[in-house]
Design a protein around this ligand. Structure first.
Ligand code: PEP
Ligand code: MG
Length: 589
């Protein structure tokens, strides 16, 4: 099978473990579409050929779009397929094409450079127009332009949604929409040059149950499509051209892990109750409607976080109120009678909406910029569509509504005022909704943590988003691999903040869950529970290990662990203590 890999020497590269498991197979190198467009002068003698190359790329693009349009019409319907008419029109836009040719005739630079220059100018111009329809055209031009450039650069097959065969995807970076579009049936594993454990793309990989290693720096430059690769998602290793011995060793590791995972899966049918009889609520995080089956397979006690922005990320346009209602209703009905926490849009940051560049202009600090509730409170028409859709879905099961990135009581009041408007509008139309719908806030900005008591006055529940809370508290960009080692969930500042939030919330009788990645890490679970957290929500495949640990520990011991940890000054020491606690109760490897 690996004849090629046996003849070349093995290279081991250390990255960051992002999703557990072992994968072995051939590589598919994916470079994000805004790869550098090469720029060079074209020989006088080759100018006619260069224009012909452009014509051919336009024709190929037209054929590709027509094919996608056919498929969409077959699978989703005529209406959905209409979007692609606008894309086809871009290819017929004589101004865009004529200007590209003129640019080429004047400068003699290669056609990719000319097309990139002219199309970028068009995208910029359209995105600044004060007319929604025309602004949407900017997204169409961008999509089509990327496709034409890929065809010119011979990268047309660089599509993650249709891998020709089972492959390990090696990418320089993956946007959340890239990862959401990955062909789940053919991706054996994922490796990225950049990224960290809590980047959104990685969270998606984890939910796909494929091994992933991130932060492998320049791997895309060291491997090419077709090379053999082994990824060890347990220890964050990537092995290029693994030797026979390595394959044998990993074969053994894999079968041991598999039998341990089977043990965990068997135990997962049991209730999540500690040895001293304390029941713990374990829920699931989802990004897509079709993940409900996975949530059930792992016996989660509801959905603790539905990241609704993923409905938007892969769409060329904003989903309508009705489309959102259908999506939410499907999840809510699928989970009933168990609860579903629907989080309102958390677009922006590292989750801009690719199809709508006019909504998200480039920012120097996107994580601290125009994202989530800030975006919603400015685009109230988008926010209200979503709130009404959630309200309407609330009669189909048990819904809880949650706002992301709340920074304080004023912002919460503004969001609630918009919600009240939506309720009044529905009432006026005679549309029913759950009048007792619980409304909560994520605690993921330090200012929200510091004002937990004030927020508790108008919140039914809190969910701590440790992914963001840690990045803001420690000033560590959660997606930056250079400083990933400084991203410390056991930093004393994190512990103190968590304790403060839980204590203040409980004083006001408001329950607190954790839905950041910390909640799915068995090493950190006893600490969270010991600090008094009421529920944990995580990527479904992480549930069995967490439940196994909950069933193997006493809550009194977890409280002692948290009390001891709070007295320590070193993140490393606290982590070691948590690790020892976990290891003495279960053997995870
Ligand atoms: C978090 O920040 O911990 C969280 C759960 O939200 P997200 O990862 O979607 O930002
Ligand atoms: Mg967050």
């Amino acid at each position: 099978m690996a004849t090629d890999s046996r003849t070349k020497s093995e290279i081991v590269v250390q990255g960051i473990s992002a999703s557990q498991g072992i994968a072995y197979g051939t590589v598919f190198v994916y470079l994000q579409s805004d790869v550098e467009v090469p720029s060079y002068q074209v020989d006088e003698a080759k100018r006619i050929e260069e224009v012909a190359r452009f014509d051919k790329a336009l024709l190929t693009t037209r054929q590709q779009i027509a094919k996608i349009q056919d498929e969409v019409e077959k699978n989703l319907g005529k209406q959905e397929a209409l979007i692609f008419d606008a894309h086809l029109l871009v290819l017929e836009d004589q101004a865009l094409i004529g200007e590209t040719i003129r640019e080429f005739e004047t400068t003699g630079r290669n056609i990719e450079t000319c097309f990139n220059k002219v199309s970028s100018r068009y995208i910029q111009a359209f995105s600044e127009i004060d007319d929604e329809y025309l602004r949407e055209r900017a997204g169409d031009i961008r999509d089509v332009a990327q496709r034409v450039l890929q065809n010119l650069l011979g990268q047309a097959e660089n599509s993650l949604s249709k891998l020709a065969e089972k492959r390990i995807v090696v990418a320089n970076d993956l946007s959340p929409s890239d990862s959401a579009s990955i062909d789940r049936s053919a991706a054996l594993g994922i490796v990225t040059d950049s990224g960290s454990k809590t980047s959104h793309a990685v969270i998606v990989a984890r939910s796909m149950k494929v091994p992933a290693v991130v932060g492998v720096r320049d791997l895309t430059k060291r491997v090419k499509t077709g090379d053999w690769l082994l990824i060890d998602g347990y220890d964050g290793l990537v092995i290029v051209n693994p030797s026979e011995q390595t394959l044998f060793r990993y074969g053994k590791i894999q079968s041991e892990k598999k039998s341990f995972e089977q043990r965990l899966m068997d135990a997962n049918r049991q209730p999540a109750v500690t040895l001293d009889g304390v029941a713990v609520t374990l829920q699931a995080n989802i990004e897509k409607v079709d993940e409900v089956a996975l949530v059930k397979e792992y016996f989660a006690q509801g959905v603790g976080l539905f990241r609704t922005e993923y409905l938007f990320l892969n769409s060329a346009r904003i989903p309508t109120e009705q489309e959102q209602f259908v999506a939410y209703k499907t999840v809510v009905e699928g989970m009933a009678p168990l609860p579903v926490v629907i989080r309102t849009l958390d677009l922006g940051g590292d989750k801009p909406m690719a199809g709508n560049p006019e909504l998200f202009s480039k920012e120097a600090n996107p994580f601290m910029g125009f994202r989530a509730i800030r975006f919603c409170l400015e685009h109230t028409e988008i926010f209200k569509d979503q709130l009404r859709a959630i309200l309407m879905a609330s009669t189909h099961g048990k819904v809880r509504l949650m706002y992301p990135m709340i920074s304080g009581a004023d912002e919460l009041a503004r969001a609630n005022a918009v919600l009240a408007e939506c309720k009044a509008e529905l009432k006026a139309k005679g549309q029913s909704f759950d009048e007792k719908l619980e409304v909560g806030a994520m605690i993921e900005i330090p200012s929200a943590a510091a004002t937990t008591d004030l927020l508790a006055r108008t919140c039914d529940f809190f969910s701590i988003g440790t992914n963001d809370l840690i990045q803001y508290l420690l000033a560590i960009d959660r997606g930056n691999d250079r400083i990933a080692h400084l991203y410390e969930p056991t930093h004393p500042a994190v512990l103190r903040t968590l304790k403060h939030v839980v204590d203040e919330a409980h004083r006001a009788k408001v329950p607190v869950s954790v839905c950041g990645e910390m909640a799915g890490d068995p090493v950190l679970v006893p600490l969270l529970l010991g600090l008094g957290v009421d529920a944990l929500s995580m990527t479904p495949p992480l549930l069995p290990a967490v439940k196994y640990l909950v069933r193997a520990m006493k809550m009194t011991d977890a409280r002692d662990l948290a009390a001891e940890a709070l007295m320590l000054s070193s993140a490393e020491e606290i982590y070691a203590k948590c690790e020892a606690f976990c290891r003495s109760r279960i053997k995870l490897d």
